[in-house]
Design a binder for this molecule. Structure first.
Ligand code: P6P
Length: 333
């Protein structure tokens, strides 16, 4: 019965010189997760469902629960002396909080929230960096635009049939389950490894006609393989990145959200969806790509930048990118 706090305390030397600052950040993430979980499960009883009547920086209608989760995490992190600044999907600009903080955090406070009204699991995604700018000064965008391989922690909370918290600090992926009777996250999935075989495929093909010809050829190849396979891959797509990713992480499967002719950068955000999910994938033995390079190597240029996302077992992602890069090979010859 290892609690999240105990697990972090036992390993805090791995991340920093045991100052405990980093541990307090992960502890706050766990506290925020418990509180969001509580409000989500009562949303339909407490009039928390539906739209707030505002539109966020993404041009999306803000759900009441998006706003609740966003405000809750911002309030929590603003009181953490070790966090210098916060960037979230719901905030147009970065928030500078404690100039003496050593870390900055990026967050998708509630991913997939349009599914809440129909009882589909949703999640929180987080990504933590050590700041670059001098301690004692307000943080700047430079602290957030460091690139995926500079993350010091990344993870997600899945509000599903149970509330789960999975994270990595670069030494494997570890998963915890919220024990409501104790109000504690308990270690339930140590050292998670993604199965090398893909049993599921997760993508929304409503824009298939707008995908590149090479990607359409990959999809045709996938269906052809399924026709011949003893155990064909099954389609599983719930429309919540955290839920789709979590299933594929545990059971083996690939997820993609490609770009289209009209929107080559795709829909998902690089800094607080792509990078953290990509790091977890690599730490669990999988592969994450934007179709042409490892996702963690895609350079950041703005907080809300979008990216195509292809994540899953190495073999499947390499097969997929071989189709996509066939086009590049043709173009360069
Ligand atoms: P679509 C939820 O809105 C989200 O950002 C991700 O959680 C999810 O994977 C994706 O969008 C679903 O998008 O276009 O298939 O509804």
């Amino acid at each position: 019965m290892t609690t999240l706090e105990q697990f972090i305390a036992d390993r805090q030397q791995e991340v920093e010189k045991a100052t405990g600052a980093f541990s307090k950040i992960l502890r706050d993430i766990g506290l925020g997760a418990k509180m969001v979980s509580f409000y989500l499960r009562r949303a339909s009883l407490a009039g928390f469902l539906g739209e707030l009547g505002l539109t966020n920086i993404q041009g999306e209608s803000v759900q009441k629960l998006d706003d609740m989760a966003n405000r809750l995490f911002i309030r929590l992190f603003s009181h953490n002396p070790h966090i210098a600044g916060i960037a979230t999907e719901e905030e147009a600009e970065i928030l500078s909080t404690n100039p003496d903080g050593k870390y900055v955090i990026l967050l998708d406070p509630l991913d997939g929230s349009s599914n809440i009204d129909v009882g589909v699991p949703v999640g929180t995604i987080f990504s933590v960096y050590r700041r670059l700018t001098p301690i004692g000064t307000p943080c700047t965008e430079r602290d957030f635009l460091q690139g995926g391989r500079q993350q010091v922690a990344a993870g997600y909370v899945l509000y599903g049939t149970s509330t789960l918290l999975f994270y990595t600090t670069g030494r494997g992926v570890h998963g915890f389950t919220l024990e409501p009777a104790a109000g504690e996250f308990l270690l339930t999935y140590p050292q998670v490894q993604m199965p090398s075989h893909s049993s599921y495929y997760s993508f929304n093909d409503n824009q298939l006609h707008e995908w590149s010809l090479e990607l359409q050829q990959y999809v045709a190849d996938l269906h052809l393989r399924n026709q011949r396979a003893e155990k064909p891959q099954s389609l599983r797509y719930v429309g919540s990145l955290v839920a789709d990713f979590h299933r594929n992480l545990l059971k083996g499967g690939f997820f993609m959200y490609p770009g289209t002719v009209k929107k080559p950068e795709g829909k998902l955000r690089l800094l607080y969806e792509g990078y953290p999910i990509a790091w977890l994938t690599e730490e669990a033995g999988g592969k994450a790509s934007n179709g042409y390079q490892p996702l963690l190597d895609v350079p950041p240029h703005s907080i809300h930048q979008r990216t195509p996302l292809f994540i899953g077992p190495v073999e499947e992602i390499e097969r997929l990118t071989s189709f996509l890069q066939r086009n590049v090979a043709v173009e360069t010859t």
